[in-house]
Design a protein. Structure first.
Length: 642
């Protein structure tokens, strides 16, 4: 079986390492400049709080990062004794707020949870793992050869190991001599001494030791004798890796290769397509079946589906064949995706017990090459298999993909109708609160279009019921389920004049014009006029605004003469009972001088467009249209000029 390692570091923002077995992706690691691994880093920590109920403590490991320290990860030999009995005791007997200690990250932060830290330190080398503060040692349980285990155990006893240290022989130590293991041990002891000095001179909290970068770390942990070549597409990283290999494994340095081709390294080996399958929900099987992987907070559910086949095969045989293919592929996906926690696999039902046992054996054999700790149960009578697996790194999906802001990671969007009705209910709630005269509602274009076309009568009814103006605006930056409200503060015009509240009409007032159209300053009136409700209106044409201003100015400056002039003009216009043209009540001095009030102009339905599309939405699409018609007299009551 051909096995090679490919290293892609041409971009400083991203580093990728892949291992191929006969051209098939077997392992994949990725790190980005904004998402680097902190597992294995050692920090000077300060205890922030101790929680006896949790039997754990939270510690500051840097200025902006906290770690979770459970009592099982506290090495009491490295702490000042606080328990007279000398045993584990409660965490409050050993740790207190503000206490300083050194801690190592043993699990990456995941799903909003802080990283888990420990005071049991482990420093991995090429062949050994050094454990300060632990007297025991051992052999990796992945080394199954009894003769090799016995030979390595004898070598460990002969190593010059200081008191208070333990070592574990890694799988890479198989077949290594005592000299090679002793050289690796000396390197790790020097490293621990440097870490202790750095901790004493460092600040609390703060970093003391950082793990190697992705490339060196992968070569150290995954470079096995069966890997024939290591290709690197960066000259700088090639020199760095060569220096490391000459120092740690000089006999294998010749396996390192520098790639200088024009074609991207991963593309040359057709890896990009295989990498994309890591992020897909469905993975196809050789027989045409598929596995479907869905992750949740509690567990990862994996469903096995069979394919339609035209071959004359019994259902039991077809189910067994699909399950065998699924078992091998699921074990591969565990490593590629670094799935951790609890996994539940729903295999296709098999009636024969021997077929179930065959699938279980295939799964266990496929998991043997996994470096993570795992536990596999038998297939239940319901066809379910449970697997608990240790998560080694952070989730790879998070290094390449971000949660969708539109659906919040659910993969579903609200329909336009559902989003519009939800927005309409919010408009109803805001309108009922009161305290404002104008409500600006920002909605996504498609939602605003649906409301204006289908729920316009409801909007107009809310305006009339609450005496406010509702303006629906299309805001392309909003998501389907979002809406924005801007309630303008209630002005004096947002409340009816006192005379109207008492059932008496209020005297007419001059219309509010923009400052650019007010002209020269006029003498102040003898008595301040009562302001009419000042709801925002669209700008009127210049000629009509000037005519209204002249008439109202005469009414203000001429005292009693003003009503007569205004009355004569309105007689020519054939006034009707009700409010004036501007919507305000006429002043009443006596029965003779009282002008006949004109009726309030109601908007004609024909003047409002029957259909609105999103690219034609105006800022005052609902409330301002009615006010503009009332102010400009466009409902069939345009004044006649003599």
């Amino acid at each position: 079986m051909s096995k090679i390692m490919l290293v892609n570091v041409t971009h400083v923002e991203e580093s990728r390492v892949a291992i191929l077995e006969d051209g098939v992706l077997a392992a994949y690691e990725i790190e980005t400049i904004n998402r680097t691994s902190i597992k294995g880093n050692i920090y000077n920590a300060v205890v922030e709080s101790v929680h006896p109920g949790l039997e754990a403590a939270f510690v500051h490991i840097s200025s902006d990062l906290k770690g979770f320290l459970p009592i099982d990860e506290v090495n009491f030999r490295l702490l000042p004794p606080r328990d007279e009995r000398g045993n584990r005791g409660r965490i409050g007997q050993h740790l207190q707020q503000g206490q300083r200690l050194m801690a190592q990250v043993v699990r990456e932060p995941f799903a909003g949870k802080p990283p888990t830290v420990s005071t049991y330190f482990s420093l991995p080398g090429r062949y050994l793992v050094l454990m300060p503060g632990v007297d025991s040692g051992g052999i990796s349980r992945k080394i199954g050869d009894t003769a090799q285990r016995d030979r390595l155990r004898e070598i460990i006893e002969e190593l010059k190991l200081p008191e208070g240290f333990g070592v574990i022989v890694r799988t890479a130590g198989i077949g290594r001599t005592k000299t090679e293991l002793q050289r690796d041990l000396k390197y790790l002891l020097r490293l621990w001494e440097a870490i202790q000095k750095g901790s004493g001179a460092g600040q609390f909290p703060g970093p003391v030791y950082r793990e190697r970068d992705l490339v060196i770390r992968t070569i150290r942990d995954h470079f096995t004798p069966d890997i024939s070549e290591v290709w690197i597409d960066s000259a700088e990283m090639y020199e760095k890796a060569m220096e490391f290999m000459k120092d740690v494994m000089p006999t294998r340095a010749k396996s390192l290769r520098l790639y200088t081709g024009d074609r991207p390294l991963f593309n040359k080996y057709n890896l990009e397509e295989q990498i994309e399958t890591i992020y897909k929900r469905r993975v196809l099987l050789p027989s045409g079946g598929e596995i479907v992987i869905d992750g949740t907070e509690a567990l990862t559910a994996i469903d096995v589906n069979s394919a339609r086949t035209k071959r004359k095969m019994e259902a039991e045989e077809n189910a067994t064949q699909t399950n065998l293919e699924a078992a091998s592929e699921i074990a591969r996906q565990f490593r590629l995706r670094d799935l951790g926690g609890l996994m539940v696999i729903d295999f296709i039902d098999m009636m024969a017990m021997k077929n179930r046992k065959n699938v279980e054996k295939t799964m266990r054999d496929a998991m043997k090459g996994d470096k993570a700790k795992y536990d596999i149960t038998s297939i239940s009578k319901l066809g379910l298999m449970e697997i608990a697996r240790q998560r080694l790194k952070g989730e790879k999906m998070g290094a390449t993909y971000a949660t969708c802001v539109s659906c919040d990671g659910h993969g579903l969007l609200k329909t336009i109708e559902a989003a519009a009705l939800a927005a309409l209910r919010k408009i109803q709630t805001r309108s009922a609160r009161g305290g404002f005269g104008r409500l600006l509602v920002g909605l996504p274009p498609e939602v605003a279009e649906w409301i204006l076309n289908s729920k316009r009568e409801e909007i107009l009814g809310l305006e009339k019921r609450h005496g406010i103006q509702i303006v629906v605006e299309a805001t392309p930056s909003l998501l389907r389920h979002e809406c924005e409200f801007n309630a303008l503060a209630a002005e004096a015009a947002a409340e009816p004049p006192a005379a109207e509240r008492d059932g008496r009409p209020a005297p007419a007032a001059a219309p509010d014009l923009p400052s650019s159209e007010t002209g020269p300053a006029r003498p102040a009136p003898s008595a301040p006029p009562v302001q009419e409700p000042a709801s925002p209106q669209p700008e009127a044409p210049r000629s009509e605004a000037a005519g209204e201003e002249t008439t109202d100015s005469a009414a203000t400056e001429g005292g009693e003469e003003a009503p007569r002039k205004r009355r004569r003009r309105r007689r020519r216009r054939k006034p009707r009972s009700g409010a004036g043209q501007d919507g305000s009540a006429e002043p009443q001095d006596d029965a003779k001088s009282k002008p006949e009030p004109e009726p309030k102009q109601e908007p004609e339905p024909a003047a409002v467009p029957e259909k609105v599309i999103s690219n034609e939405l105006m800022p005052a699409a609902v409330g301002a249209a009615e006010g503009q018609r009332n102010r400009s007299g466009r409902n069939g009551s345009r004044r006649k000029r003599g």
